[in-house]
Design a binder for this molecule. Structure first.
Ligand code: 13P
Ligand code: 13P
Ligand code: MG
Ligand code: MG
Length: 366
């Protein structure tokens, strides 16, 4: 029996700005899934990361299933009514279409799904990031699956030495999914050449070349491309199976110790380091810094173990202190140069108006 793990995430409103959803909102989404999902799903886990609510579900209906996607969409719709009732900020923010049309992709919420035959021991990780974009996972995924500096298994396990297949999407192409498949180790430089551009190229999935099984799934939603204007940052989710034919859990976590600089932060328009945080963390300094959480699970016949917080360990306190310092460092230069995103990526219309007004005042002199 094949099991599908689907995670669908949306910002449908939060307390005090873009900080965190209310308890009543979380409870509403949870009760909705409990009641209307009981004949469709096997198990579920509801969590939040910053102002985003993620609904993780296990079931046997496969990827892109209408019933599963509609269940999550309807739960977010029900939640939005509560968010409005409580005066939460950005109520229904990520629900960009009026009515559900078969598949939640392209409607605002972020989606990542894995379908697999369960191994005797089946561990997987669920990552959720806030105040950043899908390309934020590019570097960690590249390092975990192709660099022995982070993935010792590439040297030490014959299950891994064949390498991995990366499916990479050009998210600027809005007419359809434009995807390329590249393989490690032989295509490593080509993969790096694409993945350096987090705004345009996003790893969508990774497959083992040993078993051909899917290792990772990453949401590729770019809200700006759907709405045509700034409506919030994309705040991507990722699912990764670990161990045996895949990197070990610690090899997947390892690159997150870098706190690499990503796009997002205040008004989705700045550069900041990605901080690995504990589950159900809130947002604070300069509407950030960009954060990522990780829940580790084991699964049997679709039933989930309790979630274990992969970034709740003294080691990550040390990383968080270093990332905080990095955040302060870049913030010290405010809007200047790389601290604020380039014009092409700026999420706010205001600066466009300023530049248009000033353009008329420029004079060309000989
Ligand atoms: P407003 O312009 O509605 O305050 O939105 C700003 C925002 O949400 C960035 O934090
Ligand atoms: P979210 O995308 O998390 O809602 O953040 C929006 C924002 O503008 C923060 O400043
Ligand atoms: Mg928000
Ligand atoms: Mg968010």
């Amino acid at each position: 029996m094949k099991i599908t793990v689907s995670v669908i995430k949306a910002d449908i409103g939060s307390i005090g700005g873009h900080i965190k959803p209310s308890e009543r909102l979380l409870d509403t989404v949870k009760k909705f899934i409990q009641e209307y999902g009981k004949d469709i799903i096997i198990d579920y886990y509801i969590s939040y990361t910053g102002d985003d609510i993620a609904i993780l579900m296990t079931h046997t209906h496969g990827k892109n299933n209408e019933k599963i996607h509609k269940l999550a969409w309807d739960a977010f719709k029900a939640g939005t009514l509560i968010a409005k009732d409580q005066g939460l900020y950005g109520a229904g923010q990520d629900l960009l279409k009026d009515s559900f049309s078969g598949n939640i992709k392209g409607m605002g919420p972020a989606v990542a799904e894995l379908e697999f035959n369960e191994r005797p021991g089946e561990p997987f990780l669920f990552f959720a990031a806030d105040k950043t974009e899908p390309g934020a996972y590019n570097l960690p995924v590249y390092l975990s699956f192709s660099d022995p500096m982070h993935c010792a298994g590439l040297l030490l396990s014959s299950n891994l030495t064949k390498g991995f297949k990366f499916r990479i999407m050009d998210v600027e192409n809005t007419k359809g999914d434009k995807v390329i498949e590249l393989r490690t180790p032989e295509d490593m430089y080509d993969i790096a050449a694409l993945l350096r551009d987090n705004a345009r190229f996003v790893v969508e999935s990774v497959y083992s070349r040993h078993s051909e099984d899917q290792a990772a799934a990453i949401s590729t939603t770019r809200l700006h491309n759907i709405a045509g204007k700034y409506v919030g940052k994309d705040d991507p989710v990722m699912l990764v199976r670990t161990q045996k034919d895949f990197p070990a859990t610690g090899e997947i976590l390892s690159p997150f110790s870098l706190g690499h600089l990503v796009a997002g932060f205040m008004r989705g328009s700045h550069t900041g380091p990605l901080m690995p945080v504990k589950l159900n963390s809130t947002i604070s300094y300069f509407d950030g810094p960009p954060i990522v959480s990780c829940a580790a699970f084991s699964i049997r016949n679709g039933k989930l173990s309790e979630a274990v917080d992969a970034f709740d360990h003294p080691y990550w306190d040390h990383v968080r202190a270093e990332v905080s310092k990095k955040a302060s460092d870049i913030r010290r230069q405010g809007f200047s140069g790389p601290a604020m995103l380039p014009y092409s990526e700026l999420e706010y219309g205001g600066i466009v108006d300023i530049l248009e007004r000033l353009e008329k005042k420029f004079k060309i002199t000989k």
